[in-house]
Design a protein around this ligand. Structure first.
Ligand SMILES: *Cc1c(COP(=O)(O)O)cnc(C)c1O
Length: 385
């Protein structure tokens, strides 16, 4: 089965009880047993629910994997995967990291005795230098947010191979989606998604998933899914599953539109820099071609002039809503320095390239001519530099 066929068919068999073609929302917490211990495989909905199970099968198949576990959010999925570590263990983490992941690692998990080293993982020498005898996990996010830097997944897997003890390589694949990037095929052990973004795709549900082909890892994640209980309700699972059926169609359009928008911005006099892995000017364009089958829907750029100008520009757009999050069918704009990355001290932020003029677009699947008109008009009317 190829990608879209899996998205539409895996886990989506007609309902055994009624023949309903679409998996029903099994809005139940419990299941009537024929006798003690005699049931149809379902006993309690934190542990197992048919709607959630259908979603898990569908999403695992999209990453070419056997095991998938759905969670109430991307952060809950991340927290479950970090349960592979125990007090005293160390992880090497990309420094251009989703803010909520950084918060979980630094303010929750460090208190439990885990330690983290943040490095620019686009530099494999820096990754190697960060490894310690107790390193048990590598946490990769690629492309990164908001600068769309790439990390060489197979390269990190190679470094892991040099170590005496086996460490787990985890990829947060939220930005690329399984349609454009298949980390398990590149040697990673676990993939995590915030399904809130491209997989759900309609900005109407929060969720997460952790996916693997390794049975021992799967057992740990499944154990914690049940023991800790950060599971999605059946209706959220159902919405995510419905969204995922059109993932391929949407991703193709996101990427096509984003490419046109990136090229338009790169030509524009008011713009000093554009970040998009699909542009030949992207420093890791060659790696992008190798590692991804498309470049995704996220575009960042720097508007010339002061921060007030970037904020004024963002307010002048009609189709790009000023909002956090990404990956929905509608276009969004965000000012990372004041929004998603506002908690990072200014000096630190600027050193990482998150400057006051930086804007991040989640390019939607509207007609691209309308998006270009919107951007042109706002660029023409923005306050002078
Ligand atoms: C949004 C996001 C998360 C967190 O997911 P939630 O569903 O908001 O909990 C993690 N990683 C990345 C890259 C994200 O964009």
């Amino acid at each position: 089965m190829k990608f879209s066929t899996k998205a539409i068919h895996v886990g989506q068999e007609a309902d055994p009880a009624t023949g309903a073609t679409i998996v029903p929302v099994y809005q139940t917490s419990t299941y009537t047993q024929d006798a003690v211990g005699e049931h149809k495989g379902f006993d309690y909905s934190r542990t197992i629910n048919p709607t959630r199970l259908a979603l898990e099968k569908q999403l695992a198949s999209l990453e070419g994997a056997e095991f998938g576990y759905a969670f109430a959010s991307g952060m809950a999925a991340t927290a479950a995967v970090l349960n592979l570590l125990s007090a005293g263990d160390h992880a090497v983490v990309t420094d251009d990291l989703y803010g909520g992941t950084y918060r979980l690692f630094s303010r929750v998990l460090e208190r439990y005795g885990l330690s983290f080293t943040y490095v620019d993982m686009s530099d494999l020498a820096a990754v190697r230098a960060a490894v310690r005898p107790n390193t048990k996990l590598f946490w990769i996010e690629t492309p990164t947010n908001p600068l769309l830097k790439l990390i060489d997944i197979a390269g990190v897997v190679g470094i892991r191979g040099e170590l005496a003890t086996k460490a787990t390589v985890v990829v947060d694949n939220t930005f690329a989606s399984p349609y454009f990037q298949q980390p398990l095929a590149l040697g990673a052990d676990v993939v995590v998604h915030s399904t809130t973004k491209y997989i759900g795709g309609h900005s109407d549900v929060v969720g997460g998933v952790a996916i693997t082909n390794d049975r021992a890892i799967a057992d740990v994640i499944k154990f914690h899914q049940n023991a800790v209980g950060g599971v999605p309700g059946p209706h959220d699972a159902w919405l995510t599953m419905r969204g995922a059926k059109t993932l391929a169609l949407r991703m193709r359009q996101h990427a096509e539109n984003a490419h046109v928008v990136a090229e338009f911005l790169e030509r524009h006099d008011e713009v000093s820099r554009v970040y998009y892995p699909g542009l030949p000017s992207h420093p890791q364009h060659e790696l992008a071609k190798r590692q991804m089958s498309g470049y995704g829907g996220m575009v960042s750029f720097v508007l010339k002039g002061a921060q007030s100008r970037a904020l004024d520009f963002a307010n002048r757009l009609s189709y790009f809503s000023l909002a956090e999050s990404l990956g929905g069918v509608e276009s969004l704009i965000c000012h990372p320095a004041r929004m998603t990355h506002g908690s990072i001290p200014k000096e630190d932020r600027e050193r990482r390239g998150v400057t006051d003029g930086l804007l991040r677009l989640s390019v939607g699947i509207e007609d691209v001519e309308d998006l270009l008109d919107d951007l042109s008009r706002a660029l023409a009317s923005v306050v002078p530099a």
